[in-house]
Design a protein around this ligand. Sequence first.
Ligand code: FES
Length: 193
Amino acid sequence: MRLAAHGFILSRAPLALPDDFWWARASVHGGTLTRFATDAPADGWQALAHRLLGAGGAVIELHDETQQTYRAACVRDERLHACLYLADGARPLPGLDWLKQQLGAAKLDKGARKALLAGRAPDGMADTGPVICACFGVGLATIQELIASGAAVSVEAVGQHLKAGTNCGSCQPEIKKLITTMNGGCVLAGAEA
Ligand code: FES
């Protein structure tokens, strides 16, 4: 199954998603991570985000129509209440490491708010890069490292090592592209997504 868009929400408390979303939830320090995939059209992303995040907080947001990404964060009492990242299914999502830390932060300064919308840590902070597999939160750098080690030459092998690509399958084309690029145009024959 490949849905049109994918994304995730980091929130202090679990947020209810519409019935037609595919989603999976996990506890993280300070709250909940909900990964999802949806066929909701891009022109409805903003309204959706406001419905989910907007109760009782200030929402900051960035909708990049060229990049087909949408990002929003709800700030209450100077702390991150929830943030939502949505992208076309073929586009990567931001890395989670730094974003997860913001959920536990005592205060969001101006720089952190800007970085939330940029979807990446301010300079100098480690991250695993944009999320390639939203279902399992696997970042670009993690997959690249595995491929570079020679331990994975097929989409299936990446799935065996990292689980990436083994659920909804939306990320498999991106994983295949990475393998092809990093192996000089080759994916293991018969193991293509
Ligand atoms: S995004 Fe669903 S399996 Fe990777």
